[in-house]
Structures are given as structure tokens and as C-alpha cells.
Design a protein around this ligand. Structure first.
Ligand code: UDX
Ligand code: ADP
Length: 465
């Protein structure tokens, strides 16, 4: 089977970069990315590449090369579905906010809508590829909808989980550690798996393309994210012990990371992990375990989330207690709002919870983030619904200049590890602040000696005073 036309439903953080890279690497395949969100599609089509809806290093160059050649962004969903031989589903699957499984299970309503739409529109057989993170056995639900509501055309469902990390999406897509493709073990299923494998084989070495059954593929994605998040929670648990004992978490990380059985990645202590996947996928895993009555398994993984919540809470508690037990009316400067550097994504960012806690203590917050826009920050707080939108806007200001943000502040909180923070004129910042001038470095990125020499009282996650 030789695929010539691909459609991707969902032009978000996953669909956009993934399709851009496929289009770049496969000029012989026409790739159309569709979305119901007209503004998002308009932004993907914007002449000015600074306005792309997703910020990823290197993405603008790829879009520039492929857009209009074999990469298209459109709101004509039906047309793109009809024309394509292979359809990727990359719509969002947030945690349910209502009903059964509220706060835990993945909300599959967008996936189901897509499946129904594909069934209605398709006149020829197609391969459907799940790209969104999904609970195990979603593929069989999609298949049931397609088979029961379609026009009697044949569908093959593949699971092809995304392992890209935001901020390094282009790099991860161009040279992935592995590509995982799950499908039916029937001859038709194997043919579909091969068709997708052939696309990746245009740039990924064959030995890195793994073929499994659908459920192994779906569960592998949840497992990978659970393991990665667990490493972060584990190191964050140790960071609290370090602060009490005088050990330094960075030294501990280095020492254990050199054990080849452990490895050095994902051992950076932080104010807590964020992002659209870790929490959602673990909650999903917990929900699946509970639904099979596996309560010990569920409790085991849930602890990773509880540890992460604790890390965010104790970071803000520490700011309050250090500032003489009150931050009421005091200006706290936030450097960073994104959940990690090199992305404009803020989903589940630790900064949101830390800000919410400090606002409850009546602090005045000023935020600077190099890539996150003001409205996104207010929307993140509004979503928590802790206080009125008006109060959020009164107490928290977003300023596009880091020096302005820090001016007259009692304390600075570093919430994202943006590289540029390291090169600021810290003398100038110190002069402009209230004294004693505190820095709470939730990412451990700044230079302790330099800052202490200037006069700052510097607190770094995972190191004692
Ligand atoms: C993650 C997975 O890495 C990726 O494979 C999957 O496809 C989607 O979920 P992402 O959420 O984009 O990717 O970013 P990631 O680099 O995994 O970071 C997640 C969070 O953990 C961030 O908030 C990051 O700051 C934090 N983190 C990561 C740490 O606090 N310490 C670390 O050592 C590593
Ligand atoms: P992810 O990080 O998984 O890519 P995003 O929220 O960034 O998640 O992107 C998902 C995109 O899917 C959104 O732009 C949303 O508008 C789009 N979407 C959701 N449902 C549909 C649908 N039925 N048809 C087309 N696009 C959809």
C-alpha cells in the first residue's frame, strides 16, 4: 500500500509539528492538517512565521520549506478526510471534568466526534492512526464506531503514540529513539502497519520502528510517561531531604545518574513537573488500574502525582514563611510561566499553582515569560476558578520586560528554566529590588555564588542554606 495523501485532524502541539516533519521528510506525500479552530488554522497559515500557534525551536524553518508545497492547513475537515488514504487523529484528550471518572479518566468526546465524522464522510477504505494519548482499548472503541456507523468501507486502526517532548519536538521527530506502531495481527492489520512504517522509513532507521499489537502500543505510551514522571517525583522527594540535611540534590543526581543502570536523564529537581501529558496519563493509568480492581497498582502510581502536588505547595509555602510569614501586599516577581523552557505551552505548569497559592496569601505578582502571552496566563488562572477574573487581573500583572517585573519586588521566583535568565544583569536587578532581596530558584538554574556575592538571599530547590 503506497500512501500519497495524509490528513491530520487536530492542529495542536502534537498534530502541527508531527505533520510538518512528515511533510518535510516525504515531499511525495500530500499532508493536510485540519482543525475546527479557525484562528489556529489562520495562525498556521500566517505569512509571518513568528505567529505560528506553536512555538518550537526549528519549526518555523520546516513550515517555511513545506507549507504550500505538500503541507496544507485547512478548516475543511470533510474534504481532507474524504481525500486521504491515511488519517491521523491528534485531537486533545483532556482529563474528564464531569461525571464518571471525573478528574481521572481521559475525556474521549473529541475522539469519538472525529470517529463519527470519519465514518460519515469516508467513501473508500482508510487507515486511521491514533496519535493522541489514549487509554488502553480506545482503538477498539473507535473501530466499533467506524464499523457501525460507516458506509460499509473497511477501516484499519493503528496506534502510533507520540513521544516528542515540547521544546525539542523537531529534534525528537527528526531522530526519534523509536517509533511505535500498534495494529491488528490480521493480514490487513499488518499491511496497514507496514504502510505507516514505510512513511517513517523515509528518515527513521528500520530497527527503530517497533511493531506491536494495539494494546501494547497504547499502554507503552502511558507507561513511558508514568516512568518519566516517576523519576521527576523521585528526585523531587530527595530534594526535600537534601534541603533538611545539607546534601545537594545536583550532586546526588550526578552521582546516581552515572550508574548506567539508572542513567542521567530526568533527574533534575524542580518546582514540579507540568505539561499536558504526565499528570493526565498517570491519572488515566490510575483510573484503568482501579477499574480492574488493582488498587495497590493504582495507589502506587497516584503517589507520583501526590508528590508533585506537594512539591508545588511546599515551594510557595517556603516563599511565604521566608518572607516573615506574610506576602500580603508584597510584590513577587515570576520569571517564567511555561511548564518548561523553549515552549509557549502552559498546560499544568507548576507556575499556575504556585501563583494561585500566593494570590490566596494576597501577594501581588508580576510575571515575565519570553514566549507565553498575557491572555494565556489569565486563562490558566481563570480555569482554576479560585477567585474572580477581575481579582486575578488586579493582583497579577504580566509585563514584557524582566527588569520591570523585578523592580521593587520583595522576591523573585524562577518557575521555568529559560536560558536567558542566566544572562540577566543581576546587579541591576538587585539594585531595583526591596531588601533583603530574595530569590527562590525553582529550577536550580542560577549561579548561587554570584548571586550571594551581589547580596541576594538565594534559595535553590534541593540545597540547604
Ligand atoms: C512528555 C514526554 O517526555 C514525551 O515523551 C511525551 O510525548 C509527552 O510528555 P513533555 O511534557 O513535552 O513530554 O516534556 P518533558 O520534557 O517530558 O517534561 C515534563 C515536565 O517534567 C516539565 O515540566 C519539566 O520541566 C519536568 N522535568 C523534566 C523536571 O522537572 N525534571 C527533569 O529532570 C525532567
Ligand atoms: P495536543 O497537545 O494533543 O496536540 P492541542 O489542544 O494542542 O492538543 O490540539 C488539539 C487540537 O484538536 C485543537 O486545536 C482542537 O481545536 C482540535 N480539535 C478537537 N476536536 C476536533 C475535531 N472534531 N475536528 C477538528 N479538530 C479538532
Amino acid at each position: 500500500m503506497n500512501i500519497k495523501k495524509i490528513c491530520c485532524i487536530g492542529a495542536g502541539y502534537v498534530g502541527g509539528p508531527t505533520m510538518a516533519v512528515i511533510a518535510k521528510q516525504c515531499p511525495h506525500i500530500q499532508v493536510t492538517v485540519v482543525d475546527i479552530n479557525e484562528n489556529r488554522i489562520a495562525a498556521w497559515n500566517d505569512e509571518n512565521l513568528d505567529n505560528l500557534p506553536v512555538f518550537e525551536p526549528g519549526l518555523d524553518e520546516i513550515v517555511k520549506e513545506a507549507r504550500g508545497r505538500n503541507l496544507f492547513f485547512s478548516t475543511e475537515v470533510d474534504k481532507a478526510i474524504d481525500e486521504a488514504e491515511m488519517i491521523f487523529i491528534s485531537v486533545n484528550t483532556p482529563t474528564k471534568t464531569y461525571g464518571k471518572g471525573k478528574g481521572m479518566a481521559a475525556d474521549l468526546k473529541y475522539i469519538e466526534l472525529c470517529a463519527r465524522q470519519i465514518a460519515r464522510v469516508s467513501k473508500q477504505s482508510k487507515i486511521i492512526v491514533e496519535k493522541s494519548t489514549l487509554p488502553v482499548r480506545t482503538a477498539s472503541a473507535i473501530k466499533s464506531i467506524l464499523d457501525n456507523t460507516g458506509n460499509d468501507v473497511a477501516f484499519q486502526i493503528l496506534s502510533n503514540p507520540e513521544f516528542l517532548a515540547e521544546g525539542t519536538a523537531v529534534e525528537d521527530l527528526l531522530s526519534p529513539d523509536r517509533v511505535l506502531i500498534g495494529g491488528d495481527t490480521t493480514p490487513e492489520g499488518e499491511e496497514a502497519i507496514q504502510a505507516l512504517a514505510d512513511i517513517y522509513a523515509n528518515w527513521v532507521p528500520k530497527e527503530r520502528i517497533l511493531k506491536t499489537n494495539v494494546w501494547s502500543s497504547e499502554l507503552s505510551k502511558l507507561t513511558a510517561n508514568a516512568f518519566l514522571a516517576q523519576r521527576v517525583s523521585s528526585i523531587n522527594a530527595m530534594s526535600e531531604i537534601c534541603e533538611k540535611t545539607g546534601a545537594d540534590i545536583n550532586e546526588v543526581s550526578k552521582a546516581i545518574g552515572m550508574d548506567s543502570r539508572i542513567g542521567s536523564k530526568f533527574l533534575k529537581a524542580s518546582v514540579g513537573f507540568g505539561g499536558s501529558c504526565f499528570q493526565k496519563d498517570i491519572l488515566n493509568l490510575v483510573y484503568i488500574a482501579k477499574s480492574y480492581g488493582l488498587n495497590e497498582v493504582a495507589d502506587y502510581w497516584e503517589q507520583v502525582i501526590l508528590m508533585n502536588d506537594h512539591q508545588k505547595q511546599r515551594f510557595s509555602d517556603n516563599i511565604v514563611s521566608t518572607l516573615y510569614n506574610t506576602v500580603s501586599g508584597k510584590k513577587i516577581a515570576f520569571l517564567g510561566w511555561a511548564f518548561k523552557k523553549d515552549t509557549n505551552d502552559t498546560r499544568e505548569s507548576a507556575a499556575i499553582k504556585v501563583a494561585d497559592n500566593l494570590l490566596n496569601e494576597q501577594a501581588e505578582i508580576a510575571v515575565f515569560d519570553p514566549k507565553v502571552v498575557e491572555e494565556r496566563i489569565y486563562a490558566d488562572l481563570e480555569y482554576l476558578a479560585t477567585r474572580s477574573n477581575e481579582d486575578n487581573r488586579k493582583l497579577l500583572k504580566v509585563i514584557k520586560n524582566p527588569y520591570e517585573v523585578c523592580k521593587n519586588a520583595h522576591a523573585i521566583a524562577v518557575l521555568t528554566e529559560w536560558d536567558e535568565f542566566k544572562t540577566y544583569d543581576w546587579n541591576k536587578i538587585y539594585e531595583s529590588m526591596q531588601k533583603p532581596a530574595f530569590i527562590f530558584d525553582g529550577r536550580g538554574v542560577l549561579n548561587k555564588t554570584e548571586l550571594e556575592n551581589i547580596g541576594f538571599v538565594y534559595y535553590k530547590i534541593g540545597t540547604g542554606k
